[in-house]
Design a protein around this ligand. Structure first.
Ligand code: CA
Length: 226
């Protein structure tokens, strides 16, 4: 009887110890998660020279998106978050917005990015129409590997968004090596800022931990405006 009591007491103690350990692990994990979720500071703001810019160029608040036309989250960000930023900070002249090509999904990312650079180089005033229309073409709920960026699709989007398009030159430029220089410039920024996911949003030198958290974006912009 005495032995049995001792055994159950030990069991209770062991159980308590295990619970304490589990709680400790949970607390530590939570802390790490929170740390992962906090914004990071880069040494400086990304250079947006040579990049397509919406809004007030030379504004004291520079918002930069590292994006990929093949990335479903980038499409979602463009639909859910961008319109609010545009309305509140770009159209009002408070901030500028630049888009940097980030090629994380192979040949299709590259083809789409090349096309966007060709459009920006030759028809800069049509860039954002083309950019938005290309994201519109990304199939809803697509997976990364569903093929949709083709030369035919690119040309179709270009013809719709650029009425003055010279199809022949456009198709030549698309496969021309000179456009590679623009992509290299973007790639340098991707490396410099250690971009590991798209979309990544950087406001001046603050890397936003969760680009879908509009309140956080607003908070950082307000801080930078002070
Ligand atoms: Ca670029």
């Amino acid at each position: 009887m005495h032995k049995k009591n001792k055994l159950s007491r030990s069991l209770v103690i062991y159980t308590l110890v295990i619970i304490v350990i589990l709680v400790a692990i949970f607390v530590i994990n939570q802390k790490e998660n929170n740390m992962e979720k906090s914004n990071q500071k880069a040494a400086e703001a990304p250079s947006i020279s040579g990049q397509p810019i919406a809004g007030q160029e030379g504004s004291s608040i520079s918002i930069v998106e590292f994006g990929d036309y093949k990335c479903p989250s980038c499409k979602a960000w463009g639909e859910q978050v961008w319109p609010q930023i545009k309305q509140e900070y770009i159209d009002t002249g408070i901030a500028s917005f630049a888009y940097v090509n980030t090629l994380f999904h192979g040949e299709e990312s590259k083809l789409a990015a090349q096309a966007s650079e060709v459009v920006y180089m030759n028809y800069p005033e049509r860039f954002w129409d083309f950019h938005n229309a290309l994201f519109d073409e990304q199939p809803q709920a697509s997976l990364h590997d569903d093929l949709w960026v083709t030369e035919e699709k690119i040309l179709e989007v270009a013809q719709v968004t650029i009425p003055e398009l010279n199809t022949e030159t456009f198709m030549q430029d698309l496969t021309d090596n000179s456009i590679q220089e623009q992509l290299n410039q973007d790639q340098l920024l991707v490396s410099q800022f250690n971009i590991s996911q798209t979309p990544t949003i950087i406001i001046n030198n603050t890397v936003i931990a969760n680009p879908f958290d509009y309140n956080e974006i607003r908070k950082v912009i307000e801080q930078e405006s002070d």
